[in-house]
Design a protein around this ligand. Sequence first.
Ligand code: BTN
Length: 246
Amino acid sequence: MIIGSSLRHYEKVSSTNTVAAALLRESNPPEGTVITASFQESGRGQAGNSWESEPGSNLLMSIILYPDMVKPAEQFVISQMVSLAVRDLVALHTAESRIKWPNDIYVRDDKIAGILIENTIMGDTLGSTVAGIGLNVNQTVFRSGAPNPVSLAAVTGSKQNLKALTGKLVSLLDKRYSMLIRGETATLGKDYHEVLYRSGEWHRYADSNGEFEGMIEHVRPDGMLVVLRKEGKRVMYAFKEIDYIL
Ligand code: BTN
């Protein structure tokens, strides 16, 4: 077991990702160190957004890894590996979970978990990864104005045991990380595409040129999303260059 070799729980932090980054700067935390918190005063989301989580209700976790087998150009595999583990967990509770590119976990059209990956590069490989996971568990009212939040409790209709979920997630993360260590990146890619939200279906999207109908074909190893437009043109998008019309 690598992930979960060291566990640190805090009642209150600014952000578990920030705590993990400070640990990396100040000491040599063992690979697989897991940091959890009951509450974050400044939970961070992707693209500078904040992450809402009421005290004691949800799973807030950051994991420290040293993935020196991953080249910077292939770092999207870390997103795939972590999002698959979180989706593995959600899939134990509902048949309706998918990964929305690049690494949100959705139940039907609602977001149940978000992931914030922060990598450093050392030479020609990754030096360290902080993988931050926020999974909505027992919160049922969201105030931040995030468009479509949902929680496990809302989806299943019953309050969930946060401690048991945390333990299960650590073991699922360890399984998915073992695949990466064994070089099973093709399987991780195949598994990711099998559960990719809206893949192979026609839906509405918007980019800088306006709204259009398109079909997600696949995600390239560098993380770019490939969308076929109704008029036959294939377009590639980086994160934040395309909006899903829900
Ligand atoms: C997103 O915007 O979807 C990513 C959200 C990531 C939230 C988690 S909660 C634990 C960790 N600490 C943070 O400050 N952010 C991540």
